[in-house]
Write a protein that binds this ligand. Structure first.
Ligand SMILES: *Cc1c(COP(=O)(O)O)cnc(C)c1O
Length: 386
């Protein structure tokens, strides 16, 4: 039995006809740039995330980039972010010639550690702290970073927050006892419709959620080269438009999203149960859910990530048995070749360095069978007995 890391076919099966019909409708409309599909999706995502507005953009990466551009982040500025994420989170900062300053993660959740964030800010002198133009927490694997603490720190220093929600659409957390969705807490929520995310299109796409109308207006302006009227440019923007075909497909999928979240959470629980029964507790650490009981979507499991010391050997063993797994991410930002100019070195961020060596994502996608999950556990057991 082969087990892929992700299979997009099971959820596609029921929606295929509707998607083909809708894409055909967009083609026949000849409305290929912006238009009603984007307007409608923006309303629907804002409602789903509990925000005032949402602005469709070309990708999750561009969602982050355009948000930084709205904040006018540029040379000399500093942006604080997690040291352990997909490249885009830090790449966008460097692309604007600003300086990313990395913060280590909480080893239990893999998300930015608010205490380390506090320390990083406390160690800056006044002049340097004034250059900090944004904090980008990442809701890694589908669980919210500690937004209650991060928001307090950000407010204290009056620093805008850009949530990287690419892996966490619909993930919930509690702020002052209130249930809140990823992307509704900071100033910007940046989402990706890359096909492997929980809500994916049939190509690239993204969206930015906001609560302030002046930010929505600036996002819409920057999305089309910074001009309300063609050829008259108030500010410098770019082409950050969302493709109407992607918007149309994402709209078809959105009503099914909570059902898919539920299936992923069920699969995760089943893995937890199988691991508990397997006697591998010493060797394997299963993911921690911060608020398991109080919310519908405390973790949406874009990835189900275990930790184990013999990660690379285990991954090769599984691969030989036809079981795919993934390493997100093998190198923390401060050790990436392209960021060597920032002067990071081994030992600077112990929690992310250990995570990079130990994390392994197992297949958790909606539509995978219990038989497949049992096979994964069985082979992980076989590895430890061999
Ligand atoms: C996928 C992802 C992005 C980038 O999204 P794209 O749509 O691929 O550009 C950014 N941050 C994180 C954490 C991601 O997982």
């Amino acid at each position: 039995m082969k087990v892929p890391l992700l299979d997009l076919k099971p959820p596609l099966k029921d929606l295929r006809d509707e998607i083909v019909e809708t894409v055909t409708r967009v083609i026949d409309s000849t409305r290929y740039i912006m238009g009603p599909e984007i307007d409608e999706l923006e309303k629907e995502i804002a409602e789903y995330c509990g925000t005032e507005d949402a602005v469709g953009v070309s990708s999750g990466t561009d969602a982050l980039l355009i948000s930084l551009m709205v904040l006018e982040v540029g040379p000399g500025d500093i942006v604080l972010t997690s040291n352990f994420s997909f490249f885009a989170t830090a790449g966008v900062v460097a692309r604007l010639n600003a300086t990313p300053v990395f913060v280590d993660i909480d080893p239990e959740t893999f998300n930015i550690d608010p205490e380390q964030l506090r320390v990083t800010l406390a160690e800056m002198d006044e002049e340097r702290r004034k250059r900090v133009k944004a904090i980008i927490p990442v809701h890694l694997y589908g669980q919210c970073a500690d937004m209650a603490e991060i928001s307090k720190i950000a407010e204290n220093f009056d620093i805008p927050v850009i949530e990287d929600c690419a892996q966490a659409i619909g993930a919930e957390c509690k702020i002052d006892g209130q249930k809140r969705c990823a992307g509704s807490i900071g100033d910007f929520g940046c989402f990706s419709f890359f096909p492997s995310k929980n809500l994916g299109g049939i190509g690239d796409g993204g969206i930015v959620t906001v609560n302030k109308s002046e930010l929505a207006e600036l996002l819409r302006l920057k999305r089309v080269h910074g001009g309300e009227r063609s050829y008259y440019h108030r500010v410098i923007g770019g082409n950050f438009r969302l493709d109407p075909i992607q918007a149309a497909v994402v709209r078809i999928k959105l009503p099914h999203l909570n059902g898919w979240h539920e299936q992923r959470q069920k699969n995760a629980q089943n893995y937890n149960k199988l691991f508990a029964e397997s006697g591998l507790n010493e060797k394997i650490r299963t993911p921690l859910i911060m608020h398991p009981k109080t919310m519908q979507n405390p973790h949406i499991f874009n990835q189900y990530v275990i930790r184990t010391e013999r990660r690379d050997e285990l991954q090769s063993f599984l691969e030989a048995q036809g079981i795919a797994s993934g390493v997100y991410y093998p190198i923390p930002f401060h050790l990436q070749e392209c960021f060597q100019f920032l002067g990071g070195k081994k030992g600077d961020f112990p929690a992310s360095e250990t995570a990079a060596k130990e994390v392994l994502a197992l297949p958790v996608y909606p539509g995978m069978t219990t038989g497949m999950q049992e096979r994964v556990i069985e082979q992980i057991k076989a590895f430890h007995l061999s």
